[in-house]
Ligand binder design. Structure first.
Ligand code: AMP
Length: 225
């Protein structure tokens, strides 16, 4: 059974990579950001607790994150391959993830560390637009929908996430830099870290990750076309 983590700053392309990899490998995509946004939209108690932290661009407490992750894994029992996106974000969460996987007879195989210069990240976040219905990602310049403001996939309305405003973006990137350095060191020491240059086109990052996953699946064999 395989479990991978996509580690990277907001705007590094974790969501886009996750979409591509989910299609290719059938991973269960566990995005704590998406789950929290759904909880906020649904007005649940988790949503109420998490919302002020999210609005400020700060990290939601580990206790709440642990709860949402356990809940989603419990609802997908039986042989799932997990892809964690935006989780873990702290060393405590990294320990929680190990325990979570162990209790499900699984373990972490790779941590893909997507990185790009800060100027690129800010530009991507400021122009990012999301479909309110299906969550598809667009960009005002880089990934334009066929019709302005309308999702190509489901005709849903595109919106800007409130935490993608310039002020909040800077807070999120500062927090990210601090926390991710620790996490990257932690996984580097465990020989799980795979650096991926995500300043390129999203397809290039996805290709790199696919190649690594195929090669580890096939015991080191070359990627088939
Ligand atoms: P994301 O969509 O991953 O950028 O997450 C959006 C916001 O949700 C973050 O800025 C945090 O406030 C919160 N969040 C998402 N995942 C986590 C996590 N693993 N730990 C703490 N806060 C999180």
């Amino acid at each position: 059974m395989q479990a991978i983590v996509l580690l990277g700053a907001p705007g590094a392309g974790k969501g886009t990579a996750a979409d591509g990899l989910q299609e290719e490998f059938g991973f269960l995509h566990v995005s704590t950001g998406n789950m929290l946004r759904e909880a906020v939209a649904g007005g649940t108690s988790v949503g109420h607790e998490a919302e002020p932290f999210m609005q400020a661009g700060e990290l939601v407490p580990d206790r709440i994150i642990g709860h949402v992750v356990e809940e989603v894994l419990d609802s997908h029992k039986g042989g799932a391959r997990y892809m964690f996106d935006g989780y873990p974000r702290t060393l405590t969460q990294a320990d929680m993830l190990d325990a979570c996987l162990k209790s499900r007879a699984s373990e972490l195989n790779h941590v893909f560390y997507l990185s790009a210069p800060r100027g690129i990240l800010v530009g991507r976040l400021a122009g990012r637009r999301i479909c309110a219905s299906c969550g598809a990602n667009y960009h005002l310049v880089n990934v334009q929908p066929k019709v302005g403001g309308v999702c190509d996939r489901c005709s849903g309305e595109l919106y800007q996430r409130p935490d993608d405003s310039e002020e909040t973006v800077n807070t999120r990137l500062n927090i990210y830099e601090e926390m991710t350095r620790e996490l990257a060191d932690h996984y580097e020491k465990r020989s799980l870290l795979q650096p991926i240059d995500s300043s390129r086109r999203p397809e290039d990052a996805i290709d790199d990750i696919t190649r690594i996953l195929r090669s580890s699946e096939g015991g080191g064999q070359a990627v088939s076309p």
